[in-house]
Structure formats: structure tokens, C-alpha cells
Write a protein that binds this ligand. Sequence first.
Ligand SMILES: Nc1ncnc2c1ncn2[C@@H]1O[C@H](COP(=O)(O)OP(=O)(O)OP(=O)(O)O)[C@@H](O)[C@H]1O
Ligand SMILES: [Mg+2]
Length: 309
Amino acid sequence: MGKGVALATKRFLIVTGKGGVGKTTVCAAEALALAAKGKRVLIAMCNAKERLSSMLGSELIGPDVKSVAPNVWAVNMEPEQALAEYGMMALHSKTLFKLLFDNKYVRKFFRAVPGMQEWTLLGKAWWHTTETRDDGSFKYDVVILDAPATGHGLDMLRVPKIILDVVPPGLLRRDAERAWKMFQDPETCAVVLVTLPEEMPTTETIELAKALREELRLPIGKIVVNGVLPPLFSKAERAALEGTEPVTGDTPADAALAAARSRATRERVQAESLLRLSEELPISPSFLPQLFEDAAQPSAIRDLAKRMV
Ligand SMILES: Nc1ncnc2c1ncn2[C@@H]1O[C@H](COP(=O)(O)OP(=O)(O)OP(=O)(O)O)[C@@H](O)[C@H]1O
Ligand SMILES: [Mg+2]
């Protein structure tokens, strides 16, 4: 099993995993860690219920790119606006675009095309990697895509390949080809899988890694196990605690035993999950601790960022 790759040399990071496992938290911490190395970072969210601004202590993040921390920018991409930007670019004319896009049948058509919404978001995130400054250098060294949760995330990543398979040659396909080439290249892109040390997220992560490798052939660069507890008990102590009778009394000693039992169970599940992940995934995971303060605030994100390697 190899180690995770260095993310600082990549241009595009795709952060994905099951719902609620800490994807946005990892995007925020990773962005601060990369910015501290001097990288200009853009975090692109997919029409999310926006929580990143409280994590970074910035103003609310909408569909226009905004500066959220030194060397960090963020955008909450929205399908209609992304499509409008794309259409305008493709047609090289605002008037022509307005003529077409203000037509409700055209809008309806776009909404009905399977994958079009996903592509407008994924395509826009990719397009930000191509943006340049006046001196010709890239506007952002790295774009971090805060991808939708597993399932939806995979659906989104399948779209460029579908476009390559079914769309006739033209601008849309040319961009999809360029984007797909970048995503598949381990030199430029890395998928970051986020999970928790629990049974269901572990199973889903192993399946997701398989789909990424075998079906999509996208490079997995890093696996982050979030919410890891420092073990209090040895394996033997865990077994002893879990072997005790369920607590029925209500003395302080009973309460302490009940708490110890449930902690022992959580630690056992964590140990089993970490073992499964290390056995079944191509690279060894990195860990983020379970914080006992509100993690959606800048001090916590800065703390997590220091642990990102
Ligand atoms: N290591 C941690 N310790 C404590 N709380 C955490 C930790 N990581 C994340 N959280 C909290 O868990 C919640 C979910 O995290 P986050 O929003 O990053 O997940 P997500 O995968 O982006 O969720 P969604 O699928 O809804 O987008 C947030 O309230 C966050 O502050
Ligand atoms: Mg999120």
C-alpha cells in the first residue's frame, strides 16, 4: 500500500465522500494548508447549503468568486449561472446568448439534458484552472472541488466521459476532452476521499475507490479518515468492557460503566474500520482527530490545516 501523494503540485483536487463526513471541512483545511505553502487556491462548491464561510470566518459565499482568506478564494457554483457563463463563452456574444438562453424552451431543454447540470458545475470548476492573469500565469494554482456526496459525486464525475461518448465533435466535447484529460492525469489531478472510522462510510469508501479506479480511472491521491478518536482502551480492555452486562442501575458507577462501554464499542468499530481501509485501499489513509469544540469555525479549521500533510 502506497502513501498519499503530495497535493501541492496538483492543479485540481476533487474532494468527495459520503454525506456529512467532513468534505467541506477537509476542503477548507486543505485550502489553508496549501495557501500557507504559497499556493493560490480556489474552493468550488456545488450549489451547496453554504457552510464554508463560517468555517473560514468570511462573508457568505455566493455564485461569484470571492476572496475568503489570504491566498484563498471560494465560489458556490449554481447551475443556471454556470451555464450562462459557459454559454456566453461558447457563443462569444452576450446578445446571442441572451437571445438563445432567455428563451424558456431552450432553458427547459438544457435542464432536461441528462448530466448537463452536473457538467455545468464540473466544467466551470475545471474552467477556473484555465483562467490566467495579465502576466499569463494561472489565476489559481489549484482548484479544490467540493464535490457532491457519494452517489451524486460519482454521477457528476461520470459526465465528461458520457459527453465524450455521445456528444458530436464541437466546443462542448472539446472542453470535456480537455477536462477529462486533466482529471485522469495523476500529475495534475488528485481525488481526495473523505470518510469516518465507522462501518457504513468505510464500506462506501471502499466501493467508491473501486469505482474510481476501475470504472472512471481517476487518480486517488489521498484518503482522509476524519473524526478519529484517541483510543483510551486496549483491545483486551475493550473486549472486557463490551462483555459486561448492559447497565441497568443509575448510580454514578453505572453511568461511568455505560459511558466506558459505549466508548469501547466506538473504539472497536474505529479499529475495525481502519484495518479494513488499510487492507482494501491503494494508499494509506491520513487522519484528522475528532474535535470536541465546534469544528465549523476558523480556529478549528486552522488547527486541522496544520495536520494536513
Ligand atoms: N474532525 C471533526 N471534529 C468535529 N466536528 C467535525 C469534524 N469534521 C467535521 N465536523 C463537523 O461535522 C459537520 C459535517 O462536516 P462537513 O460540513 O464538513 O461535512 P460534509 O461532508 O461537507 O457534509 P455534506 O455532505 O452535507 O456537504 C460539520 O458541522 C462540521 O463542523
Ligand atoms: Mg459539504
